[in-house]
Write a protein that binds this ligand. Structure first.
Ligand code: SF4
Length: 208
């Protein structure tokens, strides 16, 4: 493990956040399955990182109750119910948009369900590739706004002001002309409950 990751894990320890490390996707997927009990209910956020790890399917196949709002052919009301149930589940599984070298975690959200899940679930597991580490909080916020969100808007064909050119124009990114993706921002600096918040860093590029 390189010095930067060791120091990040130590910073999390001081912040009452448990930092873990897996060298690659395969090891990370196994680790996630071992960290979450088979009987636990799970809320999830939309995440390219989780898609790349294939863990949601594995957890469902293993018998975990996953409040999966991305099941095909469900209505918005059903999706909303799953999102709400997921936000108070035994575990909330998500990724961050950026991680500062000092350990602050940055999350952008459209409706705020991810923020609700991170705040309210009994346990939270954040999984991130090392590509999301930034020198400081300011560059983490910049990365999330100017790099990650435009790519996610493109990936999901989301009608935001950055969709066509990939450049943030937040001053005009408002209804009714645009559907803004980054409406809410959460920065985690520390955790109160011991063991509740875990971050699994993966030594590969994952997500944006
Ligand atoms: S504020 Fe709008 S234009 Fe800017 S990154 Fe967010 S979704 Fe894109």
């Amino acid at each position: 493990m390189d010095k930067k990751i060791e120091s990040l894990i130590q910073s999390w320890e001081k912040r009452n956040i448990l930092g873990l490390y897996s060298v690659n996707k395969e090891e990370a997927a196994k680790k996630i399955l071992s960290l979450i009990p088979a009987a636990a209910s799970i809320g999830i956020s939309g995440s390219l990182t989780l898609d790349q790890l294939g863990v949601v399917k594995k957890l469902e196949e293993r018998g975990n109750k996953v409040f999966n709002q991305y099941k095909p052919r469900i209505s918005w009301d059903e999706s909303l119910e799953l999102r709400n149930s997921g936000s108070v589940a035994d575990y909330y599984l998500t990724s961050a948009n950026a991680i500062s070298e000092k350990g602050e975690l940055v999350f952008f959200s459209g409706w705020g369900h991810r923020i609700s899940g991170i705040s309210n679930a009994k346990n939270v597991l954040v999984v991130c590739g090392i590509n999301k580490i930034t020198p400081n909080l300011e560059s983490g916020l910049k990365r999330s706004r100017e790099y990650v969100t435009p790519l996610n808007c493109k990936r999901l064909n989301w009608n935001s002001a950055c969709l066509s050119e990939g450049v943030c124009r937040k001053d005009i990114c408002l209804l009714p002309e645009y559907k803004r993706m980054c409406c809410q921002i959460l920065v985690i600096e520390a955790e109160v409950v011991p063991g509740r918040l875990k971050v699994l860093l993966v030594g590969e590029t994952l997500g944006f």
